[in-house]
Design a protein around this ligand. Structure first.
Ligand code: GDP
Length: 495
């Protein structure tokens, strides 16, 4: 008997280049650092120097152990693009390099970057730059890092910190070495023969060329003439260009390439595949579910460092600060709040035009005030609102279970109304220690054996629930109807 030939499935899982973003405060040297890295480590030497064609680049680096490694850097024009991707549920970046200038130390945007990194949960390392400057003080920057809760390894923490000079090139090999090491820890594998998975990292409408998108390939490959989709936007791939603008036949995992042929401009953050992609559930929805049980998340901006600190010190412990900073509310702040399910508070600052646009489009609510007291009061109210299981319903009355009777085997709760009224046929929650433990309808209500329609404050009555609720003495019966909540998260009448 002839054995059937078993088709071997060859696993071609290989390491893919890490995708790295460089962030930090303005003027701390991000651009200079990336330029220096590209100058010395480009994979293909082009006559006439390098002109970066897209918001990404790829270098090749020989590590100490002699292996040749590729690293893909993606430019992050502000945090908006970065956060936009997360808002669509994709993570483009494997690793972030946070640049801090040795002569300036931790600044406003450094903290902002750090908040974004933490919210994304992306592994990161710190590059202290400009160490060639006499005014630079590496140790001081490290101490500042400790102060904000990011403790370098040599101080007993787990933060990798390297010192570099983008100007002289000192320390850059060490930085690249650390990037490779940290990438290895994540064991970034991909299969170029697998199904295509990618993400749009930039997109635009070019007058001559039509829709143009930069796609980062995470798995599989993109070839000329392929039919691909960015979410629901179709493309018959007409051209694939690498970061230097050179036409290539295909892009492999870890590559970022410019693609022509899309029928419309796909959104940044869109997932790319061979089939149309359903638009992913926004991450904020997932996060928001958690918020209800967890702390109240806040993104807030204040006019001065003084007010910022005053507010921070006065906030109750149940508040989790996703980001707090000085200056106007930016689109990046709003994206951050959206993706983390945080509430936005601003104290005496303007809202940027870009932020305003997202706020109106996305139905985001921003609490604005110029009075610290009002700020704190609103936080308290929302805290109660967040933790109150009755948000979203209109409470009609409350009654406490004070007795239990049994008639013909049926358990009847004896209760006294403490607030409002409880009506026969009304929906009820049974609450124990501030938690809803059951829900049903107040089916039959009696007072001294007579059927009644309702019981008002201070009246006692007997009630049978439908379905049966396993009540105990001390439980509270909440009579309610579904209602709307007002913008402060408290209940308001339906009509
Ligand atoms: P970015 O805003 O973070 O992209 O910062 P840039 O790369 O534009 O750098 C801001 C300024 O710092 C420029 O004048 C750079 O020449 C200078 N700079 C960047 N890196 C270094 C460095 O390592 N040493 C010194 N001395 N100057 C640097």
């Amino acid at each position: 008997m002839k054995k059937k030939q078993i088709k071997k499935t060859v696993s071609s899982l290989t390491n893919r280049p890490p995708v790295v973003a460089v962030v930090g405060h303005i003027d701390h040297g991000k651009t200079t650092l990336l330029d220096k890295i590209r100058q010395s480590k480009i994979a293909s030497r082009e006559p006439g120097g390098i002109t970066q064609h897209i918001g990404a680049s790829q270098i090749e680096f020989k590590t100490k152990d002699g292996s040749l490694r590729k690293i893909t850097f993606i430019d992050t024009p502000g945090h908006a693009a970065f956060t936009k991707m997360r808002a669509r549920g994709v993570e483009a970046t494997d690793l972030v390099v946070l640049v801090i200038a040795a002569d300036a130390g931790i600044q406003e945007q450094t903290k902002e970057s750090l908040d974004h990194i933490k919210a994304a949960g992306t592994p990161f390392l710190v590059a202290i730059n400009k160490i060639d400057l006499a005014s630079g003080n590496v140790d001081q920057v490290k101490e500042e890092l400790v102060e904000i809760g990011a403790t370098p390894e040599e101080y007993g923490g787990d933060l990798v910190v390297v010192s570099v000079s983008a100007k002289t090139g000192q320390g850059i090999d060490n930085l690249l070495e650390m990037i490779c090491l940290m990438a290895d820890l994540q064991s970034l594998k991909a299969d170029s023969n697998a199904k295509l998975k990618g993400v749009v990292i930039e997109s635009t409408l070019d007058r001559q060329r039509g829709p143009v998108a930069t796609v980062l390939v995470k798995n599989g490959r993109v070839k000329l003439t392929d039919e691909i989709f960015a979410e629901t936007v179709r493309a018959k791939v007409k051209a694939v260009r690498n970061w230097l603008g050179k036409l290539v036949s295909e892009a492999l995992p870890g590559d970022a390439v410019e693609i022509l042929g899309f029928e419309a401009v796909p959104p940044v953050g869109a997932a790319v595949a061979k089939k149309p992609q359903p638009i992913k559930a926004k991450k904020k929805d997932i996060d928001r579910k958690k918020t209800e049980e967890e702390k109240l998340k806040l993104v807030f901006k204040a006019d001065t460092q003084g007010t910022l600190e005053a507010i921070l010190n006065a906030l109750p412990p149940d508040v989790k600060i996703i980001h707090a900073g000085v200056g106007q509310l930016t689109d990046s702040d709003v994206f951050l709040a959206q993706t983390t399910g945080a509430q936005i508070f601003v104290f005496n600052v303007k809202i940027s035009l870009a932020a305003e646009k997202i706020i109106t489009q996305g139905g985001v609510k921003v609490f604005q005030t110029k009075i610290i007291y009002e700020f704190l009061e609103e936080v308290e109210k929302r805290l109660v609102g967040e933790l109150d299981p009755l948000v979203g319903v209109r409470v009609l009355g409350k009654a406490k279970v004070i007795a239990e009777f049994k008639i013909k085997g049926k358990r009847i709760a004896g209760a006294r109304v403490s607030e409002g009224e409880v009506a026969r046929g009304s929906k009820v929650y049974l609450m124990r220690e501030e938690k809803i433990i059951g829900e049903g309808v107040a089916n039959s209500m009696k007072q001294q054996r007579k059927d009644i329609d309702k019981a008002i404050k201070n009246q006692e009555f007997g009630v049978v629930f439908s379905p049966h609720l396993d009540f105990a003495l001390g439980d509270v019966i909440i009579s309610y109807r579904n209602g709307t909540t007002d913008k402060k998260g408290r209940t308001a009448p339906e009509d």
